[in-house]
Design a protein around this ligand. Sequence first.
Ligand code: UDP
Ligand code: MN
Length: 318
Amino acid sequence: MTMRLRHIFHFFLLGMFVGLSLSGLIYWVITSIWFGNHLTGNLGRTDVASVTPWLAPIVWEGTFDSTVIDSIYKQQNITVATTVFALGKYTRFLRDFLESAEEHYFVGFRVHYYLFTDQPDEVPNVKLGQERYLTVKKLPSMNRWQDISMSRMEILEKLIKNELASEADYIFCLDVDTKFIGRWSVESLGRLVGVIHPWFFNAPRFIFTYERRPESQAYIPAGEGDYYFTGAAFGGSLKDVHHLTKTCQEQMNIDIANSIEAIWHEESHLNKYFLYNKPSKLLSPEYLWRDISMSSGYVKIIRFSHVAKNNAEVRPNL
Ligand code: UDP
Ligand code: MN
């Protein structure tokens, strides 16, 4: 081989080496950016369960990418109906509830609040954002807080059946003695959505305060039940929440006819319903915390919380 040819050959080998190394580097950079930021990233939690035994996700901070999930729902032009009841002295919670919702709840999406009260004059004038609507509906007042709490199922059933069909895609039904503190948005949407009760998220099943008397329709035998869900927040598609409210209402009517009231009222019936109609998505206690001032290692962000209230002072009965 002549010197000249040998030079060309070495030059060729060097070129191959540099070229391959460069394409390897480019491949590595592209894949690490792509997978790193868009797919696996650091998503997922090892300290808490983020999936149920029936493969429904349990939503915790760190299990979803808000940018990705927002962009999915942005294309869908959805409306989220949101119901809240404020009877008697509970109207005092409305301002904080509504103002904090405007700041944190489905920001940038269409929300229609349906507010049920016995005193429409007490509804505060809260400035709502674009594509945010409020409808106030008057109800007669009631003497027992348990009746107020339970009657929500029947009223919601009628609202969904009679008014919401063409008005909304999803619905959430929330307690009013609450406040939003962090993001609650489209990551919470699903066909049937339950929120794990903040006092029971890491408790063993035998601690759950299900109804234990077989005479009640809410009865759950020992050894059954998956989670203990709060009655203060639930939601899903209109169809599924309609079926939920209708079923709970019917079960409560059977209990009334049998002169029995479930230990935790409609919450007991909701838990019974979720036992046989598994939620398709569960929200962690980030989505209904105990009290704003309490913290927990698992709950890294408090999104929505009960506020401290003096039951003896705000309720019409004990
Ligand atoms: N509620 C109401 N007026 C009352 C009692 C209850 O408007 O006098 C409604 C209100 O929406 C409240 C819900 O029923 O958030 C459930 O009652 P409560 O919050 O007292 O139950 P808890 O969360 O303490 O179990
Ligand atoms: Mn409450």
